[in-house]
Each structure stands twice: as structure tokens, then as C-alpha cells.
Design a protein around this ligand. Sequence first.
Ligand code: ZN
Length: 319
Amino acid sequence: MVSAKQTGMKCSICSGPATVRLEHFNLKLCPADFVRLVEQRIERAIVKFGMFDRTHRILVAVSGGKDSLSLWHALNRLGYRPDALFVRLGNSPLVDQAQAIVQKAAGSLPGKLNILDATDYSGRVSIQEVARVVRRPVCAVCGLARRYLINRFAVEHGYDVVASGHNLTDEAAALLGNLLHWHEGYLQRQWPLLPKTHPRFAAKAKPMALNYEQDIKLYAELNGIEHLADSCPFAVGATSRIYKRLLLELEQEQPGIIAAFYLGYVRREKPAQQPVPLRDCSRCSFPTTAEVCAFCRLQERFSRTQPTSAQKPCDMPQA
Ligand code: ZN
């Protein structure tokens, strides 16, 4: 567990005064060595999984949360030169606040911040309203739209890879969920790097996958990285939260168990050798396993259900 309190401990690396105790790695660290450790673990993930190098065009998907903003910051410190993308999913004070935080971060970082409004694709209707009309959970619609729009933006703007802030704790919770339901197909899709397997599919990388969530939180704090305090209000009932809570309880009893669990997965599972064959969506031409991609199906279902001006009674042909 992390404690930033002055305790009289010695740093395991430099022997200076340590203020951080990491029980999961059995280390006591001074703030500077702690920051270095987090960045080394990011670099290790990038190299270990062959995510990208300093010649690649990298797009960090930023949400305003601690993970993605810390990643954007850390990649710059490590000598990468990423740009960032913020997708506005709806209109609410929280979305405005997230955008303001991301724009402020962009002011002190060299890369370009791109802002994409998801309501451009839904006739200015918010994601919550789309979810209500198509009768699907907001989280599902939001995740689908976000993944599609980020990939599409990356491809259309020539980025090699999209880097996201998924941390070790979240990945371990997703892994537990996939194992409990024996979603074997998802185990490969959860791999920290999804390579480019289609001309309109940008590689997806999770460089934070070897860092505990609590460490990223402290990293953000020590580096003065401003971020949204709350996670998404629509994710409160998500089952992955239950798995995360259970894993954190286990971690209390057995420090390091989350890292051991996730590292066991990356040692056993292999990246997909023969990925699922992808074809072009007949509507938008972006990759899909079906005739029409899930995003286009969602749009079609929304426009069918949502009364449009053409369907209003006053526009009907008069008898
Ligand atoms: Zn499509």
C-alpha cells in the first residue's frame, strides 16, 4: 500500500529518506525514485509487448482521468512525442470539466490536443439520449462509440497506434471477469497490444498495464497532474467494479497478488497469431466481423427508433 507520510524509512534504491511504501513490490521509495519506477514500468510494458518506438505517431486517448493524463505526461518524459484525443461524449457539466482539464494539460505538453464531438455522429443528441432510445446501457453505448470514434480518428489522421490509460488493477479486474465467465475469446482481445490487422484499424496499446492504479494516482499527485476526481457516474453499477473491489480486498491480505495474477496471464496467453478475420463494414468501410459494424448498426437503430422530420405525421403524404 502507498503511504506518502514521512516515516523515517530509507529508500530501497538511493537510501535517502523514503516517503512511499509499496507493499506490492516490497519497496520503500523516495518520491523521485517512485516516479522513476512508474515510468520504468511504462517503458518496460512498451518494450516487452512491442507497442511502439520513438519514430511512431502515437495518439493518447485522454478522458480527463488520472490514468490517461498521467500516461500523456509520462510518455513525454520518456522521450515519446504523442498527440492526444479527447472525445466529447454528450453535453454535461462533467464533460465540460473534463475538457477544461485536458485543455489545461495540453498547455504544458508539446503534442497536439484534438477534440472530437461524438454528437456530430448522432444529430447533436447526447449519448445518454441515444442509449435511452435504443434501450441499451449508457456504458455500453458510450464504450462502443468511444472505441469506434477513436479508431476512426487515428486512422483518418495517420496515427500508427492509440495508447490508452488502462492500468494493472483495471486489467486484472477485467481478466477476473473474463475467467469467471470463461470468455476465452476475450482473453486474447485483452492483450496489452492489439496490432494493426486491417488497413483501417490502428494498433491499440496499454502502456500502463504494469502499474497499479494506486501508484498512478500517487504519480499524478507527485507530478501535480490535475485530473477529474470522480470516475464516470454511469459506471457505478458496472460488474467490473465488483471484481476490482474483490481483488483489492485480496491485495490487502496478499500484497502483490494483483500483479501476480495479471503477469500469470501475460506469461501464459500469447498474442493472437491468427486474429479473427475482419472485413469492411458495408456502410462506413471500417473493420468489423459482421456485414455492418456495431457503430453503424447503433446509428441505424437510433434513426429508426427516433422520429425524424421525415417520419412526422405532418410530413406524411396527404390522402
Ligand atoms: Zn460501419
